[in-house]
Design a protein around this ligand. Structure first.
Ligand code: VGL
Ligand code: ZN
Length: 201
């Protein structure tokens, strides 16, 4: 079953948003152009409580993009973003959502960040996405969304670990840091991720 997974297509990751990604909004019409080609479409949504531990504002004297040691892991501190119920947490209004069958929310535990749509960053708690896909016999996964080098990247890594056949639709994602993403792309390719363009779907 050909399955599309749209990662975090939310206003806070679009130009003008709290954690804006250059040209992030340009992926929306591209995703709309192919989403009806899939048997199953699901999305993830970054969904933090106020005062989340990944926010720089929760750490005295720290600024956004500082990196700290937090509960034994490296944590980049972000501007407040995707706060539950806020406008910035909403999906871009132009995204066609009618075919999205389920939305998997992540980042709700105040004490741990969750970049991947499958697990929190400590790999302790599952979102249920893997079990859902397996029950649906969804083996062929195609990923798009934001940000390529953060939440898309970590979601791809977990998808590989879970044994899925993993594709990344390169023109339907954008990175926060394009140098990081170039390196990650090589790594993902060597691990078996097929990097494709939407005109090849
Ligand atoms: C993301 C940083 C923090 C993302 C989410 O969706 O890539 N990045 N939270
Ligand atoms: Zn977040």
């Amino acid at each position: 079953m050909k399955t599309l997974i749209i990662v975090d297509p939310q206003y806070d990751f679009m130009p003008g948003g709290a954690l804006e990604i250059k040209d992030g909004d340009q992926i929306i019409p591209i995703i709309n152009s192919f989403s009806q080609k899939f048997d199953l479409v699901v999305a993830t949504q970054d969904w933090h409580p106020e005062g989340h531990s990944s926010f720089a504002s929760s750490h005295k004297g720290k600024d956004p993009f500082d990196v700290i040691e937090w509960k034994g892991m490296k944590q980049t501190l972000w501007p407040d973003h995707c706060v539950q119920g806020s406008g910035g947490a909403n999906f871009h209004a132009d995204l066609k959502t009618n075919t999205i069958e389920a939305i998997f929310r992540k980042g709700m535990n105040p004490n741990i960040d969750s970049y991947s749509g499958f697990y929190d960053n400590g790999h302790e708690k599952s979102t249920g996405l893997s079990g859902y896909l397996k029950e649906k016999k969804a083996n062929d996964l195609y990923f798009c969304g934001l940000a390529a080098d953060i939440c898309v990247y970590f979601t791809l890594k977990d998808a590989l670990k879970e044994g899925f056949n993993v594709h990344l639709i390169e023109d339907a994602t954008r990175p926060l840091d394009s140098d990081d993403f170039e390196q990650q792309k090589q790594e993902l390719k060597s691990q078996g991720v097929k990097i494709i363009k939407s005109n090849g779907l």
